[in-house]
Write a protein that binds this ligand. Structure first.
Ligand SMILES: Nc1ncnc2c1ncn2[C@@H]1O[C@H](COP(=O)(O)OP(=O)(O)OP(=O)(O)O)[C@@H](O)[C@H]1O
Length: 278
């Protein structure tokens, strides 16, 4: 079933730190059902914009609008409640829990969390648990890595698998928007391709809105459907990856920074399908 997209919007956002203008009158619209890439050289304002959209920072002026409602003053925890979550660069998993338990933690409204339910309706609690386990195993299959090892301790997985597991934990949540800060950092190429394809599927098949901030241009330009390029706190260009890739201002900014190996516009990459065991 397709539903019309929700929008998370930044309207005329300015953020200053003392004399420094980190964001200067930035307006962007982020829809559900798509991966939106956010790229730009170091210091462009990407993380600041992500923090403002997810409620970790307040703008100096401007508004954040979610599904038509002004949420500028909502703190981070309120935004999580209404469906906006943010991940950070570090891998966010529980290493001493199993792979399956990590995914199960993402399920909300677990009946077993309520003592009276455990006592009065143990059968119902058990049935829900079985259902969540089946769904979690399905998610692990979707993720395409760890389907044979749900009982493995998450801390024993490779770095790449841990990053994918962190993405798997997003799926059971009710959140509509996920802000991902550099999920591809430090990963080998096949994992990056796998992750990109996965993010695309999470957006299109599960209707999530994904904002992808990454220095890895390949990940962003290949897998985001809409790309926003920032520079010096402003939006330099935005549009489809092919448009952005050829935009004269984008080329000027990136080609003028030949020493920064993060900032290379690569040729189109191929999409990797199937299981990855890196
Ligand atoms: N808390 C802060 N205090 C002071 N200056 C800050 C703060 N946060 C960000 N800045 C400054 O704001 C500007 C934008 O930073 P931001 O981290 O948003 O950029 P970025 O595009 O995410 O950069 P990078 O790719 O290096 O992470 C930079 O000049 C940065 O030094």
């Amino acid at each position: 079933m397709t539903r019309s997209p929700l929008f998370l919007q930044a309207r005329n956002i300015t953020r200053t730190f003392g004399d420094l203008v980190a964001l200067d009158d930035v307006s962007v619209d982020i829809p559900t059902g798509k991966v939106t890439g956010l790229i730009g050289p170091n210091g462009a304002g990407k993380s600041t914009l992500l923090s403002i959209l997810s409620g970790f920072e307040r703008p100096s002026s401007g508004q954040v609008i979610y599904d038509g409602e002004d949420i500028t003053r909502h703190p981070g925890y309120r935004r999580v409640e209404i469906g906006i979550t943010r991940t950070f660069q570090d891998v966010e998993i529980f290493p001493t829990l199993t792979v399956l338990e990590n995914v199960l933690l993402g399920f909300q409204d677990q009946l077993g969390e309520k003592l009276w339910r455990l006592i009065l309706t143990p059968g119902e609690v058990r049935r829900q648990r079985q259902q969540f386990i089946a769904q979690a195993l399905e998610i692990l299959k979707t993720i395409g890595i760890i389907d044979q090892r749900p009982d493995e301790l998450a801390g024993n997985l490779s770095y790449g698998q841990q990053k994918l597991l962190a993405l798997a934990r997003m799926l059971p949540t009710d959140a509509d928007f996920f802000m991902l800060d550099e999920p591809g950092s430090g990963l080998p190429r096949p994992i990056v391709a796998h992750m990109g394809a996965l993010l695309r599927r999470i957006a299109t098949e599960h209707g999530k809105g994904i904002v992808l901030v990454d220095h890895n241009m390949e990940l962003v330009l290949e897998y985001a459907e809409h790309v926003i390029v920032m520079h010096h706190g402003t939006v330099l260009a935005q549009g489809a990856p092919e448009y952005v890739r050829r935009h004269p201002d984008v080329l000027r900014v990136y080609l003028s920074r030949p020493d920064d190996d993060h900032n290379i516009l690569p040729p189109p990459a191929t999409t990797a399908e199937g299981a990855i065991h890196a």
